[in-house]
Design a protein around this ligand. Structure first.
Ligand code: NIG
Ligand code: FE
Length: 431
């Protein structure tokens, strides 16, 4: 076999979990039995050059195949487990202010939507976020992404949605673009102008949706500020018709679409996601079998957020039934100040096993290969030749330790685009 040059070699692993699809697996998000195939190479190694993977296999085979360039980096995994860099496909990580007061109210039994209807909830975060400068918000986001990186997460979808006017939403999307350049975690920006009806449009959700369609969406598309458009489609927020109208307009502008579907009430968001060819439908706590069937047919990824169900004290999404119905499942934190302050994707992996009965293999696929497709990045999520060299080394002897230790599995190294960004558990300042 032809030898290849490499500037990075990862060796000394107890296992390399490639998450490569077994031969014959249909292209697209992985469902059914294909969610249990994680492609373990015991004693494996990975080599990369210029940010792309050039060889994966058993260590002797990889060493025999690559020529290390002068100055190449050799990372000794010291018996750890190598996985593709984890992908968090649903977060609201860009906000100012926390809502501990609301936490107390909810503990006393006040419902989430009642707090929102009274001008709190999302709207209180909107007030705090509007009051924060772009610089303050950038520092907050950088700190949160650094914490996520230390959990092994190399790509994060971040939604706007705490601005709710064009200048304020623009501020948030611009901060994302700036932070995408200032630190190593890749951001997938999503425009969530339809996160709540702002005070200025109180009682006039239709008017606000029209403002988004006519003013905000064309600017988002023209300035290339977001890859996806999302809507909080739920009882007391945006209904099915408003969501369809807004997301159809987004699609016409060439933007990808996704939605918060059937989280608090069964409105038929899952079915709408299938109708629109959305990349994902997220939450789905109250989704129905007909919705799963249509999502499976349309190849829509179900992004499940067990941290949110836990924090809201609601029953978990029926992941087992969805997987049984052929739906491709991904997992995300939903990190936000109202419904899920958990930022650790490995902890969410543990919750998915314990709370939703997912298998360790399924949760691995859910935060790698399927999460990559949920955010429109087929070049991420597996360790295969030609893919972007994003990988994480956990200091554990096997991948099942990651959900098992409920967020406590140590991350020893992280590589982003072929560069070491976390070294022996420490974030490098300027990789
Ligand atoms: O995914 N559901 C809508 N948005 C968030 C909550 C945001 C907030 O409460 O600030 C969610 O749960
Ligand atoms: Fe959310």
């Amino acid at each position: 076999m032809r030898r290849v040059k490499a500037d990075l070699l990862v060796m000394g692993a107890s296992q390399v979990v490639t998450v490569a699809p077994p031969p014959g697996t249909p292209a697209g998000p992985r469902s059914g039995k294909a969610m249990r195939e994680v492609g373990v190479i015991p004693g494996g190694a990975v080599a990369a050059r210029a940010g792309r993977i050039v060889a994966v296999g058993e260590e002797t085979e990889v060493r025999g195949r690559v020529d290390l360039e002068p100055g190449a980096r050799v990372v000794d995994a010291e018996g750890g487990t190598v996985l593709p860099g984890l992908i968090d496909p649903h977060t609201h990580a860009l906000f100012a202010g926390w809502r501990a007061d609301e936490f107390r109210l909810r503990l006393r039994g006040v419902p989430y939507l009642e707090i929102l209807a009274a001008g709190g909830g999302i709207l209180s975060t909107v007030r705090a976020t509007r009051a924060a400068s772009a610089g303050e918000l950038a520092r907050l986001l950088e700190g949160r992404l650094a914490a996520m990186l230390l959990c092994g997460v190399t790509t994060v979808e971040v939604k706007s949605g705490y601005g709710l006017s064009w200048p304020e939403e623009h501020k948030l999307l611009s901060v994302m673009a700036q932070v995408a350049r200032s630190q190593p975690v890749e951001i997938v920006p999503t425009f969530l102008g339809a996160h709540a009806v702002p005070e200025e449009y109180k009682g006039n959700a239709d008017g606000y949706v029209e403002h988004i369609v006519r003013v905000m969406l064309p600017e988002v598309a023209r300035q290339g500020l977001a890859r996806f458009v999302d809507v909080f489609c739920d009882e007391g927020v945006f209904d099915l018709d408003q969501t369809r109208h807004l997301l159809s307009a987004a699609r016409k502008l060439g933007l990808g679409v996704r939605l918060h579907a059937d989280e608090l009430a069964s409105l038929g968001g899952a079915e709408l996601a299938a109708e629109l060819g959305a990349a994902s439908a997220d939450h789905l706590l109250r989704s129905r079998p007909e919705g799963w069937r249509r999502m499976a047919q349309a190849g829509v990824v179900a992004v499940l957020l067990p941290g949110t169900a836990l924090f809201l004290g609601k029953p978990y999404a029926p992941a087992r039934d969805m997987i049984g119905a052929g739906v491709a499942v991904a997992l995300a934190t939903d990190f936000n100040p109202g419904t899920c302050p958990i930022a650790s994707l490995p902890l969410v992996m543990g919750l998915a096993c314990v709370g939703m009965g997912m298998e360790p293999e399924e949760v691995v696929v859910a935060v790698t290969a399927n999460a990559a497709l949920a955010v429109g990045r087929p070049d991420l999520g597996t360790l295969e030749v030609g893919k972007q060299a994003d990988l994480v080394i956990f200091g554990v002897p096997g991948y099942e330790h990651i959900p098992y230790r409920m967020g406590g599995a140590p991350v020893s190294w992280v590589v982003k685009k072929g560069k070491v960004v976390v070294e022996r558990g420490r974030l490098l300042e300027s990789p």
